[in-house]
Design a binder for this molecule. Structure first.
Ligand SMILES: [Zn+2]
Length: 402
């Protein structure tokens, strides 16, 4: 076979533009041509979706396959062995793919679990998206609980050691804890942890390999440390203030607001299942999210899709699609802007934008064919129903077909 010709009514490119009545030629896993005049003749398989919308596969840059996304207590994973977490995690990657997520980034996990899941997908034993991992989160001592996966380091030289260690294990990006966290009991969200020079040491080591750094951060002091250290992506980030927004704009820092996990958790506060410390910290944070996020969008910060899937009430798959709806609803983003956050911007955040993220010649053929009548630029919330994605193509192969 010479390749696949996929005819589409509308193609959402992923860079903020669309094209109508075009064909995509897929050859050897890649997009070989896009346009109204692609190669024709015998030997091509033709898929006719000329009444449908075709878009790039979604990239969720922030999931945790060690956690299950339904249990209200993140410390639940203490009960399980690494082996159990890996087998369970492989099931979650299947859910991601099923929903139309063709690339995911695991934003910290225990031990070798994320690497095991990554290898099992790559070797074809389990179904899943292209799976990038950061290994363990790099934290200060007395930072995050080690049960969820942390590599403790103190002082710039030691942070350099930890960063090299995770990169040496094959991490695709580096995750740092710049402040305390909602989900870790002994810390306060807005308290800074790594100092700027420690964050900077990690950035220097990671950039040597052309990889990206993501820093978990809440509050203005942590945000300032993160941005001035040269971290590529500020994760959570809330509340974004005039100062952090201006600095992020100046330094080109991408912003990943992880809206779904807060929004969904808030819906369950009265059920008595979440740990008290999480409810307290979320109540402190949630009212501050929307204003800062809106201002960030208005200022033109590059927004990145990441959900924190695996955290309480943030299940794998539909949550990635819900994040785009919340970007529109809470942040005033356009539907197109939300899709760019989940395609082009997300690919950049994982340093894979040269070959993934948009429907362009030479890029990996990671495509979603949507159900008849669905235009996500008009109704993005419908993407949360996996049935709305009729076909998922990953690296030129049809991996989901309904
Ligand atoms: Zn997370």
């Amino acid at each position: 076979m010479r390749g696949i010709i996929l005819k589409a009514g509308t193609v959402i490119i992923g860079d903020g533009t669309t094209a109508s009545d075009v064909s995509i030629l897929i050859q050897e896993n890649k997009i070989a041509e896009v346009g109204s005049q692609v190669a024709s003749g015998s030997g091509f398989e033709v898929l006719d979706f000329s009444d449908r919308v075709v878009m790039p596969g979604i990239i969720d840059t922030h999931v945790h396959v060690c956690h299950d996304g339904t249990n209200p207590d993140p410390a639940e994973i203490k009960k399980h062995s690494d082996e159990y977490l890996a087998i369970r995690g492989a099931k979650f990657t299947e859910q991601l793919l099923n929903a139309g997520v063709t690339t995911a980034g695991d934003a910290a996990g225990r031990s070798d679990v994320p690497f095991a899941v990554k290898n099992a997908i790559r070797n074809g034993y389990v179904k899943g998206p292209r799976f990038l991992v950061c290994g363990r989160m790099i934290t200060i001592s007395a930072g995050r609980g080690s049960y969820s996966g942390s590599n403790e380091a103190n002082g710039p030289d030691d942070v350099r050691r930890a960063t090299r260690e995770e990169l040496g294990r094959g991490a695709d990006f580096i995750k740092l804890a710049a402040t305390g966290a909602i989900s870790s009991e002994g810390t306060e969200s807005f308290t800074t942890q790594f100092n700027q020079d420690e964050l900077q040491a990690a950035v220097e080591e990671t950039h040597k390999l052309g990889k990206k750094t993501h820093a978990h951060s809440y509050g203005e002091p942590g945000g300032i440390n993160t941005i001035l250290a040269g971290v590529d992506v500020i994760v959570h980030g809330h509340p974004m203030t005039e100062k952090t927004i201006n600095l992020a704009k100046k330094h080109g820092t991408q912003f990943m607001p992880t809206l779904t996990t807060y929004y969904e958790s808030l819906q369950h506060h009265d059920e008595g299942e979440l740990p008290e410390y999480m409810i307290r910290k979320e109540k402190e944070l949630f009212p501050l999210i929307e204003g800062g996020f809106r201002s960030s969008v208005e200022a033109g910060l590059e927004i990145v899709l990441g959900t924190d899937s695996g955290m309480p009430y943030t299940p794998f798959g539909p949550s990635s699609m819900e994040e785009m709806e919340l970007m529109v609803r809470l942040g005033g983003m356009s539907e197109m802007g939300a899709i760019v956050a989940g395609t082009k911007n997300a690919a950049k955040a994982l340093s894979i934008d040269k070959y993934v993220g948009t429907i362009e010649i030479g890029k990996s053929a990671d495509l979603l064919v949507l159900e008849s009548g669905l235009d996500p630029l008009k109704n993005i919330s419908r993407l949360q129903n996996p049935e709305s994605v009729e076909m998922v193509i990953l690296e030129g192969k049809t991996v989901i077909k309904r």
